[in-house]
Design a protein around this ligand. Structure first.
Ligand SMILES: NC(=O)c1ccc[n+]([C@@H]2O[C@H](COP(=O)([O-])OP(=O)(O)OC[C@H]3O[C@@H](n4cnc5c(N)ncnc54)[C@H](O)[C@@H]3O)[C@@H](O)[C@H]2O)c1
Length: 259
């Protein structure tokens, strides 16, 4: 157990699995109180149970970040159980990949509602208390898709580019009031979402090998490696880091082409 996040009351979305769950575990290990929101009620319940169940430092509520009423209910619950959040991690997100001209309006809306508006819904819900209490921090889990494009992944990267814009905008807006807003940009991370992506190809194993080949170190990240960066960014170890983005991709996005 560490104490790097003692005093942090963290609200994290999409924490029932994957990167969000690894962040949840890492934050608890560093002494934070954490409240999670995820739209998958069963998975969220199992994840909380696997961590020993609800306690004064761990709580959760099922809900959809695209619904402001769900967000309000979760923040209210969080305030009762772990205290009102002084840190928010906007992690919930989904892949929406299509050929641009084949994309339905419904999928366009789903992509932006979850990957962008959901983060804004949660930010809007926690910011008044942060400002009233004299400060706080927001971390948006973006992606290398926030500044590069992989062909055939439209419109997911557009939403992540906009999430980076939201990060910079809110970071500047509230810099004078002790609220830091940053983004973390993972490359490929070993989660179900990436497995589903590989499975969308006719030969999933070939797709997996191709992903590994693209990486300078021949591997992709573990969720725990992303969580370590998140802990640092949420902690008070980087008090002047604001309105910026930290890339954690093993060097993937800076190479001109694989060796
Ligand atoms: N896995 C990667 O390679 C990778 C890379 C870069 C960025 N990211 C980003 O990291 C974040 C987490 O990704 P992951 O791979 O852990 O995904 P995941 O699919 O494993 O987990 C995402 C969680 O978010 C929840 N969720 C989705 N929509 C929601 C909604 N509307 N309301 C509440 N909860 C919702 C899901 O139920 C799920 O539990 C996402 O924002 C993703 O875009 C992932």
């Amino acid at each position: 157990m560490g104490d790097r996040l003692t005093g942090k009351r963290i609200f994290v979305t999409g924490a029932a699995q994957g990167i969000g769950l690894a962040i949840l575990e890492a934050c608890l290990r560093e002494g934070a109180s954490v409240f999670c929101m995820d739209r998958d009620a069963g998975l969220l319940e199992n994840s909380i149970a696997s961590l020993g169940g609800e306690t004064p430092t761990l709580g959760g509520l099922a809900g959809d970040i695209t619904r402001p009423d769900d967000v309000a209910a979760a923040i209210e619950h969080a305030s009762l159980i772990v205290g009102r959040p002084n840190a928010l991690i906007n992690n919930a997100g989904v892949n929406v990949f299509d050929e641009p001209l084949s994309l339905s309006d419904a999928d366009w809306d789903r992509c932006f509602d979850i990957n962008l508006k959901g983060a804004w819904n949660c930010s809007k819900a926690v910011l008044p208390a942060m400002l009233e209490d004299g400060g706080g921090t927001i971390l948006n889990i973006a992606s290398t898709h926030a500044f590069t494009i992989i062909p055939h992944t439209f419109p997911y990267p557009l939403a992540k580019h906009a999430l980076l814009g939201l990060t910079k905008s809110l970071g500047l807006e509230y810099a004078g009031r002790n609220v830091r807003v940053n983004a973390l940009a993972p490359g490929y991370v070993q989660t179900q979402k990436v497995v589903d992506y590989w499975n969308s190809f006719p030969d999933p194993e070939a797709a997996r090998q191709e992903t590994l080949r693209l990486h300078p170190g021949g591997r992709i990240a573990t969720p725990e490696e992303i969580a370590k960066a998140a802990v640092f960014m949420i902690s008070d170890e980087c008090p002047f880091m604001n309105a910026t983005c930290l890339t954690v991709d093993g060097g993937l996005s800076v190479q001109q082409h694989p060796a």
